[in-house]
Design a protein around this ligand. Structure first.
Ligand SMILES: [Zn+2]
Length: 267
């Protein structure tokens, strides 16, 4: 179950800040792919040339969840055509203001673009990207940045065990049990990613689109007006009022500087 937190991105029920819920719709997603098929003469230390590629691989399935919905949406190659699977996720991206995932900027979103190109689609309507792995890496030192590890470390859960490559082999062999397991694994990853987000965002660790653009004098992270001025933030020539949100704990600063400023600065 998702832990409630005060946020403009929270569900309507937990929304205490009137009228800000529609600012951002967060879509969390995860995709699973199947591997390339190649011709090789040996199995050890192979360098595969492009003329050895027999099949370039593809997307097996995706699982995506809007933060304000309970259900995880899912589509796969075995439930329908590749085209319908790809068009559906394209449609979801177009409804999202923020698209979030684990290593999603480098992997999932570029993979989806590959599928869009192949299926004759244009790029999805632009959205803000929140790659949780990148944000965690940037701010928090940990021995591993795998989703399984970080989620376990935060105490929000662990990944479903896949059993390794055999699962992929069985899915490609069209084994219905393996397909069902892949679906569970994929959906669980999406839920787990959202749990990691909820846990970190509760105390303002995740940078989201600035809620103050529409919200005015409020926390840029969660939209709460319960913010307190705490000293100043200094730049080379000016100082700005600094704020901390009493709800989520994240820090912000005013966009207008205090009157005056340095007359001279270092070269
Ligand atoms: Zn806040």
């Amino acid at each position: 179950m998702t832990r409630p937190y005060r946020s403009l991105f929270a569900t309507a029920a937990s929304l205490t800040i009137a009228g800000r819920c529609d600012l951002a719709r967060i879509l969390t997603l995860d995709i699973e792919t199947y591997p390339l098929t190649v011709n090789v003469f040996d199995i050890w230390n192979q360098n595969v040339g492009i003329n050895q590629i027999r099949d370039s691989g593809g997307m097996l399935c995706w699982a995506a969840k809007f933060h304000d919905e309970r259900a995880v949406r899912f589509a796969s190659l075995w439930d329908g055509s590749e085209r319908s699977m790809v068009r559906e996720i394209h449609g979801l991206l177009e409804q999202a203001d923020v698209v979030m995932g684990w290593n999603s900027n480098k992997f999932d979103l570029r993979w989806l673009n590959r599928c869009f190109v192949k299926n004759g689609l244009s790029e999805a309507r632009p959205f803000n990207r929140v790659d949780l792995m990148r944000q965690v890496k940037k701010k928090i030192y940990l021995p591993s940045y795998k989703l399984d590890y970080v989620a376990g470390w935060l105490g929000v859960g662990r990944k479903v065990r896949t059993g390794g490559f055999d699962l992929w082999a069985d899915v490609m062999a069209k084994d219905p049990k393996a397909q069902a397991k892949m679906g569970r694994y994929n959906r669980a990853d999406t839920r787990l990613t959202e749990k990691v987000f909820d846990k970190l965002n509760e105390r303002g660790w995740i940078t989201l689109p600035n809620a103050s653009i529409d919200g005015g004098d409020c926390c840029p992270n969660c939209g709460s007006e319960d913010i307190q001025q705490r000293g100043f933030a200094y730049t080379t020539t000016r100082k700005y009022p600094r704020f901390q949100c009493k709800q989520c704990g994240s820090w912000g600063r005013g966009v207008h500087c205090e009157p005056g400023g340095a007359k001279v600065r270092a070269a």
